[in-house]
Structure formats: structure tokens, C-alpha cells
Design a protein around this ligand. Sequence first.
Ligand code: HEC
Length: 98
Amino acid sequence: MKFQNGLIIAAGCVAALGLALAPTAGSQEQFPDEPGRDTLFLACTQCHSLGKMIAADMTKDDWEFLVYDMIARGSPVEEDEIDDLKTYLQNNFASDRD
Ligand code: HEC
């Protein structure tokens, strides 16, 4: 019985997470269609929302490090996608971007 309750609570969490992750029309411009975006949407949304990118107050150097930090935590970024993803994050979310 306890186990069943746990399952129902878990299902509720997954549903809530799904809603939080769904990109809304308003957030589109914050994630321009450039190389690296698909990787970001696929590899960086399992554990937290994309809001983390917007909320993060990080320099280009910080993003450089963060990508490897997240990969170390389990983010499934392919070797040949790292550069595009890094550039994407730095161009769109670095606090010291142009
Ligand atoms: C395996 C789970 C996981 C994946 C996948 C993941 N992250 Fe994270 N991320 C975390 C955890 C855990 C934290 C720290 C706790 C928190 O703030 O939620 C974090 C924090 C962050 C932060 C906030 C850092 C700060 O210091 O403010 C950013 C930005 C971020 N992640 C970006 C990314 C990006 C970009 C990707 C894809 C490359 C990614 N995450 C994929 C688990 C993950």
C-alpha cells in the first residue's frame, strides 16, 4: 500500500516536471535556433528546467566549466556536440557576452 502511494506521488512529480519543461511561446526568443540548441533541449532538461540557463549569472568561463560539470553529473552530451553547446550557452547566457 505504501509502495502504491509512492508510485502515485512519483507520477504526479513527473507530470509537473513535464509542464515546467514545456517551452512556452514566451521563452522561444531566449533560446534562438542556433547550433547547440537541440543538444541543450535534449541533454540538459532531465534534471532541471531550462530556466536554470536564464537564471544563471555566469561568465563565459563559468559556462565553459559548467558544461563539463553537467556531463560529469550524467548529462548525455556527445563528444562532438560539446563545442556547439558551449558556444550556444556562452553566446546566449553568459553575463559577459557581447
Ligand atoms: C544528471 C542531472 C543533470 C543534467 C543532465 C544536467 N544538470 Fe545542470 N544541474 C544538475 C544539478 C544537480 C545542479 C545543481 C543543483 C541545482 O541547482 O539544481 C545543476 C545546476 C545547473 C545550473 C546552475 C549552476 C549554478 O551554479 O547556478 C546550470 C546553469 C545547469 N545546471 C546547466 C545545465 C546544462 C547546460 C546541462 C546540459 C549540458 C545540464 N545542466 C544538465 C544536474 C544536471
